[in-house]
Write a protein that binds this ligand. Structure first.
Ligand code: HEC
Ligand code: HEC
Length: 487
């Protein structure tokens, strides 16, 4: 089977299914309370009925494949997949919640609205952190596509704000259609060939180790090198915050009686906020306007797009999907596959001062459930390229700081490896961040299909055009005429 074909099919299967609450309401008929079990444990203590069911229901949404929510696709296809989409409020959330709790849709919407408003305040609140200085927004700045506002490869955190992280902070945008992690990802039968194994796919973070935004949020809150907090500390902060009353109103009078319950409520509110369509998946880039026939690309951008798609040139779209799905949903610029591309070791990272330390992605050490499974070593989740031009550090270890450098790495990794990897005694130490026993995991599809001295898949002018195209993926595009009119 052609890998590319598999990848394209995978792209179809991870089609965006939920674009917002409006869609949720219209799309969710006929679902039953698949998430009821998970609902009960989502916020165990103190949550009022509204919040509890609105939150928890999303955890188990999916299963009957109708509509094609990503979580549902993954769940129906693979036994190892959990039936949860990456972020909890899905098409069926509102319906299921209303159904379970016997409430009106309006009441459920009201809970989601409250939670979103709270999640936003929490997201910007540094008092949740051990240092009192670090908010989610410190590393995920809204003005920078929810990535850091600085060019450090990794961010600083911890109680003294001096501990360096291991990885570059990714964007929080367009995570809504990341499927739950699956070791073997299969398409749903109506989207592609179900028998094709597209390999490890999905999950949040670079190594796909958590499935839901709410669960993810506990990582930075508790990490000693990030927010360095604790449930007790978070509870104290929320109790003292200006939004404490709103928090009680959303989660129940007694929500502060139990630190773990408060902490879970915080995670749920953050996870709900992260699904605000206008902020996190607005689809307002120039490329979206182009796909809708409302903007034209410049000659360089258009050429860049062609090179991006061309299997024998950039071949970028084989992993970073650029076309609408079969049912017309906009592309996510990722198939969410976990892939090893052999990014060089970033010697600027403090963790890498230890020559024995390797960040091997899915096989550890951050992720622990696939430890010792060699076939998962060196693989990282393919990131979306939407808003990538707003980033200042690229790849999981933040080694590069310009898109030109990134694209050059793709096309010259194999033709001129000495440009990217250390040269010791006249010999290039290729793939210096991946022990040799895992090299079989490395991708060798175009543009990685060459050897030293071969012609790179793209020349410098073509690289510039690909970069010009990547810049059309930034949200907030206004056609020039309109911008002038608005002024
Ligand atoms: C000190 C910087 C820092 C702070 C503060 C921080 N994050 Fe992150 N965030 C990161 C890094 C680094 C990663 C990637 C982690 C990994 O791959 O192991 C990440 C990953 C994520 C992801 C997964 C993105 C993806 O592509 O799968 C989400 C969601 C997220 N963060 C949300 C939050 C929330 C919510 C908060 C506040 C509670 C927060 N982050 C605070 C640095 C930070
Ligand atoms: C075989 C799948 C695959 C192909 C083909 C591919 N990419 Fe990627 N891309 C990835 C993966 C996986 C990562 C993350 C790798 C890492 O950090 O270890 C990535 C990361 C990136 C990043 C960094 C994004 C960020 O947020 O840090 C950019 C930019 C990018 N790719 C652009 C391209 C372009 C341009 C092409 C074509 C020349 C391309 N990719 C081809 C899989 C692929």
């Amino acid at each position: 089977m052609g890998i590319r074909a598999a990848v394209m099919r995978r792209a179809l299967a991870v089609a965006l299914a939920v674009t917002g609450l409006t869609t949720m309401l219209t799309a969710c008929d006929g679902r039953s309370g698949a998430g009821a079990g998970a609902a009960a444990s989502a916020v165990d203590t103190g949550a009022n009925a509204d919040a509890k069911s609105a939150l928890g229901a999303g955890a188990g949404a999916g299963g009957d494949g109708q509509p094609r929510a990503v979580g549902a696709v993954a769940a129906s296809a693979s036994p190892v997949t959990q039936a949860a989409p990456a972020l909890p409020v899905t098409a069926s959330t509102v319906k299921v919640a209303a159904h379970d709790a016997g409430q009106s849709r309006a009441q459920v919407y009201e809970s989601v609205r409250q939670m979103t408003a709270l999640g936003k305040q929490l997201f910007f609140d540094p008092t949740l952190s051990g240092s009192g200085k670090l908010a989610c927004a410190s590393c995920h700045s809204p003005e920078h596509g929810f990535t850091p506002a600085n060019a450090r490869p990794v961010q600083l955190g911890g109680s003294d704000m001096r501990r360096a992280g291991l990885r570059a902070a990714p964007t929080l945008k367009y995570l809504q259609s990341v499927p739950a992690f699956a070791e073997h990802y299969h398409e749903s039968d109506d989207e592609g060939d179900e028998s094709v194994d597209a390999g490890p796919t999905g999950g949040l973070t670079w190594d796909g180790r958590v499935d839901r935004g709410s669960a993810q949020a506990s990582i930075p809150l508790l990490s000693s090198f990030e927010m360095g907090s604790s449930p007790a500390r978070v509870t104290a902060a929320v109790k003292a915050a200006p939004y404490a009353d709103a928090f009680r109103a959303a989660f129940g009078e007694h929500i502060f009686d139990n630190d773990d319950a408060t902490f879970n409520a915080v995670l749920q509110a953050l996870g709900t906020f992260e699904q605000t369509p206008e902020l996190f998946y607005p689809y307002t880039s120039k490329y979206d306007a182009y796909l809708a026939g409302k903007a034209s690309l410049s000659a360089a951008e258009l050429h860049g797009l062609e090179l991006f798609n061309d299997e024998r040139k950039g071949n970028c779209a084989s992993c970073h999907i650029s076309q609408r799905t079969r049912d017309g949903a906009p592309p996510q610029f990722s198939d969410f596959g976990l892939i090893a591309i052999g990014v060089p070791r970033n010697r600027a990272l403090p963790a890498n001062r230890d020559p024995h330390f390797y960040d091997l992605g899915a096989c550890g050490p951050e992720r622990t459930d696939l430890k010792g499974r060699d076939e998962f070593c060196g693989i990282f989740r393919t990131p979306t390229l939407r808003n990538v031009a707003l980033k200042q550090s690229f790849f999981h270890n933040g080694i590069y700081h310009s898109l030109e450098q990134v694209v050059r790495f793709y096309v010259e990794r194999d033709t001129n490896p000495g440009k990217f990897y250390p040269v010791v005694g006249g010999k290039v130490r290729k793939f210096d961040d991946l022990p040799q026993r895992y090299w079989a995991n490395l991708n060798t599809e175009p543009p990685f299909d060459r050897k030293p001295g071969d012609k790179p898949a793209l020349d410098e002018a073509e690289i510039a055009d690909v970069v010009a195209f990547l810049k059309t993926l930034t949200d907030g595009y206004r056609p020039e005429g309109k911008a002038a009119a608005a002024r």
